[in-house]
Structures are given as structure tokens and as C-alpha cells.
Write a protein of this length. Structure first.
Length: 255
């Protein structure tokens, strides 16, 4: 990608400072950093709850900290129990491809037909289209319309997404992207094994951690660790898990 990039559309299922979850938080902080270098439009749904995709925000355009955000209404809600049964049926019967895969994407959501239409009608408005996470409706049905300008951050997890990356609909999605950006080498290896086209660029960019300025001082770091251990009564080695406690994030296997 040698041409000059000035305007980027970031497409993500949910977006907002107060939303919790790995994808919306990652996207929010990524956009905050990109806005120093590019003109950014965020294209997202009006939903805040990923389990139901119910419309909880106003649709239309808003501006937050010089970032232009366009919210699109979802046109159907999700029943997690029905969605999980569909996934289980697909897995147990070994049925792959076709209408069942498409039905799964619609059940996965968020179904934002207005966002897909916007992408189709505004290909020339942006220099790049950055899609965050591979599984959801906006990426699967939006990326093909802007494939030549597309960048996909799969946000694929080798534990919970093992069965998903092999779905035909996702393999075709990875091959359609112009560039894939990964958070670490493990994710790159995990996804690259199903990417067939040699023309797809692959980059490991990481995700970063915000460290308070005062922790740059080694003595301050030692004091901070001591305070943390005392506060939580920790004497030996420990592991910190930062994320949602649920089956979808692999907690059932980890614990």
C-alpha cells in the first residue's frame, strides 16, 4: 500500500467509550490513536448489548472528540439460546457451507443492512476500510463490497474460534481482504493456515497496553506491585485474566 491514505472508515459491531468487551474496547482505543494521523469515520450499530443486538442508541451521525460516528439500526434481535443450538446442530451434523452458514451469520448479527448499503454506495469516499473482528455480519457482508481497500483485524482466538475459521464463508472472507492485521504471532499462524491467496498481506501489529507515566520509574513499579499484592492478599506467583467471564472467551477451559 504505497498510495497516500487520508480518510479511513472503521467498521465494528459495537462502538462506544462505555461499552465493555474486547472488540469494542480495542476499536475505541485504536480509533483514538488513528485520529491523530487520519480522518476517521466509525461505522457501527445502534446496539450496546451483543447478546440481543437490541437498538439502544439513536441512529444517524454524531461527533465525539473529533471522530465522526455513524450508527445504523439493527433489523433483527438475537436469541443466544437459539444461536447456540444452531451452532451445535451445525457441528454435530457436520453440515458446512451454503444456507446454513448464511443463517448463522444473520443469527450472529448485528444485522445492519443500512451499513452494508452505505459501504456499497461510498467506496470512493474512503482510502481504506478497516474491519475489526471477522465473525460478524458487518464484516462478512460488508468487506466484499470494498475488498480492494479493505484491512481486516480478525480478532481470532485459537481457543474459541478453532471451528469457525474453517467455515467456507470465513475462508473466503480472509482471501478477500487486501491486508490482514494480527495482534500477535499466534493469531497470525492460526488464521494464515486457511488463507489461500498469496496476494493477501499479513502484518503483526500488536494491540498495546496503556502504562501510567509514573510507572516508568523502576522504584514506583516495585511499590505498585507491593501495593497490589497487599491489597489482594497475594504471596506467591499469580496470573491476571482481563476479559469477560463466559464460555465464549474460553473461560470454561481455562478455569
Amino acid at each position: 500500500m504505497n498510495e497516500e491514505v487520508r480518510k479511513i472508515a472503521v467498521i465494528v459491531p459495537r462502538y462506544g467509550e462505555d461499552l465493555r468487551g474486547a472488540v469494542p474496547e480495542f476499536a475505541y482505543h485504536l480509533v483514538k490513536r488513528l485520529k491523530s494521523f487520519y480522518s476517521i469515520d466509525v461505522l457501527t450499530s445502534t446496539a450496546s448489548d451483543f447478546e440481543t443486538w437490541e437498538n439502544s442508541m439513536d441512529d444517524g451521525e454524531t461527533v465525539d472528540d473529533d471522530i465522526h460516528i455513524i450508527h445504523f439500526r439493527t433489523t433483527q434481535t438475537r436469541d443466544m439460546a437459539s444461536f447456540e443450538k444452531l451452532d451445535e446442530l451445525r457441528r454435530n451434523l457436520g453440515i458446512a457451507g451454503g444456507m446454513l452458514d448464511q443463517k448463522r451469520i444473520y443469527e450472529q448479527g448485528p444485522v445492519v443492512r443500512g451499513l452494508i448499503a452505505y459501504l456499497r454506495e461510498n467506496v470512493d469516499r474512503y482510502d481504506r476500510f478497516l474491519f475489526v473482528t471477522f465473525q460478524y455480519f458487518p464484516t462478512v457482508y460488508g468487506l466484499p463490497h470494498v475488498a480492494e481497500k479493505s484491512i481486516l483485524i480478525p480478532f481470532a482466538d485459537p481457543v474459541k474460534d478453532e471451528k469457525h475459521v474453517n467455515y467456507k464463508i470465513y475462508r473466503e472472507l480472509f482471501d478477500s481482504a487486501r491486508v490482514l492485521i494480527f495482534r500477535d504471532e499466534n493469531e497470525k499462524k492460526f488464521v494464515s493456515r486457511v488463507v489461500k491467496k498469496s496476494t493477501v498481506g499479513k502484518v503483526v501489529a500488536g494491540s498495546g497496553i496503556e502504562v501510567p507515566d509514573y510507572l516508568a520509574d523502576p522504584d514506583e513499579r516495585i511499590d505498585a506491585i507491593a501495593r497490589f499484592r497487599k491489597k489482594y492478599g497475594i504471596s506467591g506467583d499469580y496470573i491476571i485474566y482481563n476479559g469477560r467471564i463466559c464460555k465464549e472467551t474460553g473461560c470454561d477451559e481455562m478455569f
